[in-house]
Design a protein around this ligand. Structure first.
Ligand code: ADP
Length: 470
């Protein structure tokens, strides 16, 4: 900020003080040259009188035009004791010769009359006047009048001393410099309070967050961007603390979920081994069921960690999605036959898609598994396959208690479980829908859920169709 102010002030000083005189002289030279040219070109115009008056008044230039015999044609004197009006015939003929010998028939002469020379009467032109020391310019040009005679055009302008102006400007600029510096200091102070301080605060809070202190509050008042940043960081801290909480809960759940089936398996195996007659199919079924529970749990955990580390690769192939769903339902029906569940599959044709078969089957399996777990007392689940243009939509519909609106967005998060005490949801790890989401995301498939409390849920996903077999 200070540097910026310093540069601005330096530029001002250079332009206003150091180069002012040079600028002024340049402008004066330009003025006399262009005025001389205008008069030379319009010498034969009817309104030459007006042109001369205009130029003289606007640029403070004296004009004196004479023919070759020295007879004055036009004369306009705006300066006090103008030099071209007070010259000897010798001076006129010298200027005439200078202009005549130049290629452009124009000649510009700069002169300085200094006070001492003037007093001693040494300067030839100074004799004619008693002007104090000053600089000036004489422009001479030769042109032809309409009657064929040559005319000498003389212009005279004086470069007034700018010393006094520069002194005034210097005082002004000193004030401006002081005001500028004070303002710059003030602005720098305010900016550091508004921007730097909140950033320092946010930085130290971020360090705390990095250490695992999720309760830290980010306080960033000031600019809207900074308060937005601190809001985002507060949100991040909240999310991190949520994930951390869920992770801790998952570890607790998983250890509990692993221990329960393991205890059952060990217990039942020992009973079968030690007590004659206990080697019944029912007891062995318990061991099988518990082993299945374990493998579901372990597979889910494995899958989710693979997605999180990004090592999942897609093995895309063209396969019959309709047939796959039918097979899953058949397999599932076998598992749940003793419980009187009904899964209806509604479809009108066989659809082929290009996707990772085992992963899409896992999506269907997870969704059907959830529907069976959460469906209502009618124990019914409907799987629907519909076609729209070149897209197939699979819907898994249950008649259960549905999902509350506030939970709808969260159910896709890993480790998220809505109702931890659901009667049938004992096996759940809160990973099933997160796996579904990950798989459909990497397939660029659309998915979602339509659900209302007590009105059942409709989980759906869509894939591009490769082929339809009617
Ligand atoms: P879980 O292993 O607990 O089933 P999911 O990720 O599959 O984990 O599901 C997350 C949460 O979403 C579940 O705990 C459940 O509360 C809710 N949910 C999933 N599917 C359904 C459904 N069909 N009906 C009602 N709630 C469901």
């Amino acid at each position: 900020m200070l540097l910026f102010a310093a540069i601005m002030i330096l530029i001002l000083w250079l332009i206003q003080i150091v180069f002012l005189e040079d600028f002024y002289k340049e402008i004066k030279i330009d003025d006399i040259l262009s005025s001389g040219e205008v008069i030379t070109e319009s010498i034969n115009n009817n309104d030459i009188d007006e042109i001369i008056v205009d130029i003289s008044d606007n640029y403070e230039i004296c004009v004196y035009i004479m023919d070759v015999q020295g007879k004055p044609l036009y004369s306009y004197d705006v300066l006090n004791n103008c030099i071209i009006h007070n010259m000897t015939y010798r001076d006129y003929s010298r200027l005439y010769n200078e202009a005549y010998t130049s290629e452009s028939k124009q000649y510009l002469e700069r002169y300085t009359i200094d006070a001492n020379a003037m007093n001693e009467g040494r300067h030839p032109r100074a004799r004619a006047s008693n002007i104090p020391s000053m600089e000036g310019m004489i422009f001479a040009s030769i042109t032809t009048l309409s009657d064929g005679r040559d005319a000498l055009i003389l212009l005279n302008s004086v470069i007034s001393p700018v010393e006094a102006t520069i002194n005034t400007l210097r005082v002004q600029l000193t004030y401006v410099t002081v005001i500028f510096l004070v303002l710059a200091l003030l602005t720098a102070f305010i900016v550091s309070r508004i921007i730097s301080k909140p950033i320092i605060n946010i930085n130290s809070s971020a360090k705390e967050l990095a250490k695992g202190n999720y309760d830290i509050k980010f306080n960033g008042q000031g600019y809207s961007e900074i308060s937005e940043l601190s809001d985002t960081l507060n949100y991040t801290a909240k999310e991190l603390s949520k994930v951390d909480g869920l992770r801790k809960e998952l570890i607790a759940n998983v250890s509990h979920d692993l221990r329960t089936p393991l205890t059952m398996i060990t217990g039942y195996s020992e009973v079968i081994r030690d007590i004659p007659g206990e080697n019944t199919p029912e007891n062995i079924q318990v061991i099988i069921d518990e082993s299945n529970r374990l493998s579901i749990l372990v597979n889910d955990l494995l899958d989710i960690s693979k997605f999180e580390s990004g090592v999942q690769v897609l093995n895309k192939e063209k396969f019959n999605l309709t047939l796959s769903i039918e097979n899953i339902i058949k397999r599932y029906s076998k598992l749940i036959s003793h419980n009187d569940y009904k899964i209806n599959f509604e479809n009108s044709s066989e659809i082929f898609v290009c996707a990772d078969k085992s992963k899409i089957e896992q999506v269907v399996y997870n969704l059907i598994n959830n529907a069976i777990t959460y469906t209502g007392n009618d124990n019914k689940v409907v799987v629907k396959q519909t076609i729209k243009n070149d897209i197939v939509r699979i819907e898994i519909i249950d008649s259960g208690e549905g999902i509350k609106e506030e939970d709808l967005n969260n159910i896709w998060d890993r480790y998220y479980k809505v109702d931890k005490t659901h009667k049938r949801a004992q096996v759940g790890t809160g990973l099933g829908l997160s796996i579904v989401k990950n798989i459909l995301d990497i397939h660029n498939g659309r998915y979602g859920v339509i659900s209302k409390v007590n009105k059942g849920s409709n989980f759906w996903f869509e894939l591009n169709i490769e082929e339809i077999v009617e």
